[in-house]
Design a protein around this ligand. Structure first.
Ligand SMILES: Cc1cc2nc3c(=O)[nH]c(=O)nc-3n(C[C@H](O)[C@H](O)[C@H](O)COP(=O)(O)OP(=O)(O)OC[C@H]3O[C@@H](n4cnc5c(N)ncnc54)[C@H](O)[C@@H]3O)c2cc1C
Length: 470
């Protein structure tokens, strides 16, 4: 009897997690299609002048599901570093440590800010019921001061929308300290004696975050999975409510693979548009309504051992266009004397003029921003390079759920095709969430290649409890 053929679309953590999990059972023929030349998607790494860097600040959070963490530990061995978090947030022109620490807050928090938060805590019982936007939910939970000084301007920069235009679900999924009580608990967790395991720490692979995906890829490949690089999925063929085949295109060839099951982790609108025959017009229209925020990553290569001691700087203020600056060397402890790289994150729309700005212009933009933030670059700048992510964050504009549900319902009617991962479920999820989805999807497939949709529906409900960590 022939082995069930499984096509996996995308070789980010979600696709590779499913590939490895399935390959370990030894009963499927698994093929992965990846449009890029390397693995990892947004969670990949690449080399700059000998130093491995990521697509923006990436860390593996200790809240990672134990089974997945155990797999990553086994795959990476001693290369998986356990590191303390050591970042800073710029607030009203001052720096506070991130994660928040009681003594540091007392020393560095602007007095006006502290008084504002205290006042907000006192009037909390009088606050109106939560409304129907990110702004109203957060303001009810955290009060005016924290929202106006941190979350609201940060949201405008991150998602390009006024906080009132953003769906309330963004507050639930994207803000782990959504109330003053939760925030107080997080601050208390910095105090020895109150510290739960993993608080204030993160895992990071010695060779960059992408080493996680590379290790999954190598293990899956050894177990017989075939990965087609530089191969863009162009169509998913379906007939009579069943997916039948995947078509993909590379510089060398056009491929067509008949499959029993398609596991898609590419972006949801792209998957919908790839359906052959086409999805009904209402579903295609719904795909057009889902929007992503893009991001330019601007790397400054400096001739200095180190820029600062901090892993990341966060900039909520609107006069500073970047949202975050990370220094990869402070994550990986790489030994690269005399040079370091900074990575600045600039969220934008692909229609914005900045999207087509030159590397030189973007380098100047970052240098100017750091000057304004009073952390000017003094070391010689060797060079600037950039990378562009077209789909960095899904945008939860109020009303996004309706088109999403319409697509979801339609895809649910096609057997042999499921979609998951950060792009595939239009979610803000962390890598460990994407891997949890991948493992769940693989476990829903039986040895004959039949997918247990009831079990998957239960997993989908679990995924709704994912809360993103930064
Ligand atoms: C700036 C930034 C910082 C982040 N920081 C963290 C962090 O600190 N910790 C954390 O856990 N997570 C973080 N994340 C999230 C993390 O990057 C994602 O959770 C992870 O990449 C999701 O993996 P995925 O496989 O679902 O999707 P992706 O990584 O997006 O992978 C999808 C893959 O599909 C491929 N693809 C797309 N279309 C096609 C096509 N038509 N044909 C073939 N292949 C295709 C892509 O090339 C890509 O390789 C961050 C994300 C961003 C943007």
């Amino acid at each position: 009897m022939s082995r069930p053929a499984v096509a996996i679309l995308g070789a980010g953590p979600a696709g590779l997690g499913a590939a490895l999990r399935l390959s370990r059972r030894g009963v499927f023929d698994v093929a992965v299609f990846e449009r890029g030349r390397s693995v990892g998607g947004n969670a990949g790494s690449f080399e700059v002048d000998g130093l491995r860097v990521d697509y923006g600040s990436h860390r593996l959070h200790p809240s990672c599901q134990p089974e997945i963490l155990a797999d990553i530990r086994t795959l990476l061995g001693a290369d998986l570093l356990d590191r303390p978090r050591h970042g800073r947030i710029r607030l009203r022109g001052r720096w506070v440590h991130f994660p928040l620490q009681p003594l540091d807050l007392m020393r560095n928090l602007p007095v006006g800010f502290l008084a504002g938060v205290a006042g907000d805590a006192l009037i909390k019982p009088l606050r109106l019921k939560a409304g129907d936007s990110f702004a109203s939910v957060l303001e009810r939970g955290l009060g005016r001061t924290i929202c106006r000084d941190f979350y609201f301007p940060y949201a405008v920069k991150m998602w390009g929308l006024a906080p009132e235009e953003i769906d309330p679900v963004q507050a639930e999924r994207r803000v782990s300290a959504g109330s003053l009580v939760k925030m107080a608990r997080k601050i208390l967790h910095a105090v020895p004696g109150f510290k739960p395991p993993g608080a204030g720490r993160f895992y990071y692979p010695r060779r960059g975050y992408g080493q996680i995906s590379e290790a999954y890829f190598e293990a899956a490949r050894r177990a017989g999975v075939e990965v087609h690089f530089g191969t863009t999925v162009t169509a998913v063929e379906w007939r009579d409510g069943r997916a039948l085949a995947v078509r993909a295109s590379s510089a060398e060839a056009e491929l067509r693979l008949e499959t029993q099951q398609v596991l898609s982790t590419i972006s949801l609108p792209v998957l919908v548009r790839a359906l052959d025959p086409p999805a009904p017009p209402v579903v295609l229209e719904a795909a057009g309504a889902l929007r992503y925020r893009a991001m330019i990553l601007i790397y400054l290569v400096l001739e200095a051992d180190r820029f600062t001691e901090y892993d990341a700087h966060y900039f909520p203020e609107l006069d500073i266009p970047i949202t975050r600056l990370s220094e990869p060397k402070n994550y990986s402890l790489a030994d690269a004397p005399g040079m370091t790289v900074l990575c600045a994150e600039l969220p934008c729309r692909t229609a914005d003029p900045v999207w087509s700005a030159s590397d030189g212009e973007l380098g100047q933009l970052v240098l100017g921003a750091l000057e304004r933030a009073a952390i000017p670059v003094r070391a010689p700048l060797r060079r600037v390079l950039t990378r562009r992510l077209e789909q960095a964050y899904p945008i939860y504009r109020r009303g996004w759920r309706e088109p999403f549900d319409r697509i979801d319902e339609f895809l649910d009617s096609i057997d042999g095709l499921i979609t998951f991962g950060r792009q595939g479920l239009f979610a803000h999820d962390n890598t460990h969430h994407a891997l949890a989805m991948a493992y769940a999807a693989a476990d829903c497939l039986d040895e004959q290649g039949e997918f247990d949709r009831r079990r998957w529906a239960a997993h989908r409900l679990e995924f709704q409890s994912h809360v993103v960590e930064d």
